[in-house]
Design a protein around this ligand. Structure first.
Ligand code: NAP
Length: 485
């Protein structure tokens, strides 16, 4: 069940928000500690979904700073008026003195950490007379969430369990799968009543929390930071489009090796891996693909029967994007490819171009880096100003030149761009860089960084599911997100 936690400051706003939230949530928590001059009866009279009364004191992370007797009196009044649930903190339950026909949620909050004695605290909540026990604790590392999942699995009594904070977000998505009675969400971004809450629309439509069950396959993106990642939107839209029972999670990970090792117990079926973990993660794979060995970086994990296989779909995504506009069986074989840049992306694409039989030249601002990379890949190299003297079929930009906010910059003078050439720019923000605009004006065939981004995600999807990726759906998500920036 999805529960919308309301943080509205006035009665009018709270009643309007309750109505709005009832369209998406299964149950509504009225946070009386946020409401100025609160009254209980209007909520009971206008409720559409079951309602929880909460009047959280500041000592447990709430907004209520007044007299303790008045705080509890409001909860008694809410019970008498017919609220479905009353939330009372463990240290105040004795003072409530019963809640009539309302069910009692006895709650424990810890805004500092996930304590070692979770099970003992849970026992105390149940012993205190909880119809539902609630534990909301802070995750300081994503591995803390495993302890909440263990607690929920073995709870043996109705329990709400969650980790707060960005590292705890997955407990809000997967809690019900492990038996949590409900999962709290915010009415909208910026209206969170606790750190890490997800908007209820995302819980229902993006993560499909209410459809998650024991058979739901788990995937996610390992990153730090992770909040900006477009991958959850892309992959969840793809799973939904294909009717696949799977969910893709944002995983904020500090120590990738310990994370991957300890999360084997959740039997995650696959991961995307991004900054800063693309190199370190290799050490905890059971097997890695040859490209990963060559490139020294990976971005995809596929779980095959408990064994973790590592791949690099940045490379595959770029090749797929470039080759799709060229035609033929081996479109890059024998073609002269100039690649600008000698960083991480250049490395991934360079090995791919070489493996496909392209005649590669790497040009870079820092020439020594071009020389080093070219030495490893086995290709020609030079400074950027060598570009005008070269004859080539494909130009690949892997520098960050032209990227937002420096959108007036370009890594290649327009007069090197000739009709019929293929010009690919790894930069995807903006979607059409100055390089691509000038290339199109001169009759080149252009391939954008969006194509690479979508194709690397599509390659991951296909490895995980053995079905064709819904590429257009995935592309639309990326475009929508980029336009929203
Ligand atoms: P990186 O490892 O930091 O490499 C950056 C490259 O850009 C280096 O070769 C650097 O040259 C060059 N460069 C930076 N500023 C320059 C300037 N003012 N003039 C000339 N060269 C300059 O970065 P990366 O991870 O490879 O990323 C490169 C670009 O690819 C970024 O824009 C990124 O967003 C994009 N990208 C796109 C996708 C996708 O899916 N479309 C995926 C990954 C990356 P020096 O060696 O001289 O510093």
């Amino acid at each position: 069940m999805i529960c919308a936690s309301l943080t509205s400051p006035t009665m009018d706003a709270a009643l309007a928000d309750m109505e709005r939230a009832s369209e998406l949530a299964d149950i509504i928590e009225v946070r009386f500690d946020y409401i100025h001059s609160p009254a209980v009866r209007p909520f009971v009279e206008r409720r559409i979904k079951p309602i929880i009364a909460t009047n959280r004191p500041a000592r447990e992370g709430g907004n209520y700073k007044g007299d303790e007797e008045n705080r509890i009196a409001l909860l008694r009044e809410a019970a008498a008026a017919g609220f479905d649930y009353i939330d009372i903190e463990m240290d105040s339950v004795d003072r409530l003195g019963g809640a009539g026909a309302s069910k009692v949620i006895v709650s424990y909050h810890n805004f500092e950490k996930t304590p070692d004695d979770l099970e003992a605290i849970h026992k105390q909540l149940v012993a205190a007379g909880a119809d539902i026990a609630k534990l909301a604790v802070m995750a300081n590392d994503i591995r803390d969430t495993l302890r909440i999942f263990d607690l929920l699995r073995g709870a043996g009594a109705p329990t709400i369990g969650l980790c707060m904070g960005e590292e705890g977000v997955i407990t809000r998505i997967l809690g019900p799968r492990f038996g949590s009675f409900l999962s709290f969400g915010a009415l909208a971004d910026g209206k969170q009543s606790a750190p890490g809450q997800i908007p209820i629309r995302d819980m229902r439509e993006l993560y499909r929390v209410n459809e998650i069950n024991a058979d739901t396959k788990l995937y996610g993106v390992i990153a730090n930071p992770v909040a900006h990642s477009m991958s959850p939107a892309i992959h969840n839209a793809a799973f939904r489009e294909k009717g696949i029972n799977a969910v893709y999670l944002p995983l904020k990970v500090a120590d990738v090796r310990r994370f991957v090792t300890e999360f084997r117990k959740l039997d995650m079926q696959g991961y995307s891996v991004t900054i800063p973990h693309k190199v370190d993660v290799i050490a905890v794979m059971d097997e890695v693909d040859q490209f990963v060995k060559d490139i020294g970086a990976m971005n995809t994990v596929v779980n095959r029967g408990g064994r973790l296989h590592g791949y690099n779909t940045d490379c595959l995504g770029a090749l797929r994007a470039i080759e799709s506009v060229m035609g033929g069986d081996e479109p890059l074989r024998g073609r002269r490819v100039v690649m600008l840049g000698a960083g991480g992306t250049s490395r991934a694409i360079g090995y791919g171009v070489k493996a496909r039989g392209g005649k590669l030249i790497i040009l870079n601002r820092t020439v020594a880096k071009a020389e080093k990379l070219a030495g490893e890949i086995g290709c020609d190299w030079g400074p950027m100003d060598r570009l005008p003297e070269l004859t080539f079929d494909v130009l690949v930009n892997t520098t960050s030149v032209g990227m937002h906010p420096n959108v007036d910059e370009t890594p290649a003078p327009a007069d090197v761009l000739k009709k019929g050439m293929v010009v690919f720019d790894a930069v995807y923000n903006p979607m059409e860089t100055r390089l691509l605009r000038e290339a199109a004006e001169r009759g080149c065939v252009t391939v954008s960084g969006v194509d690479m981004f979508v194709n690397q995600a599509a390659s991951q999807f296909e490895m995980w599911t053995d079905t064709d990726a819904p590429v257009e759906v995935m592309r639309n998500v990326v475009i929508e997100r980029l336009r929203g920036h």
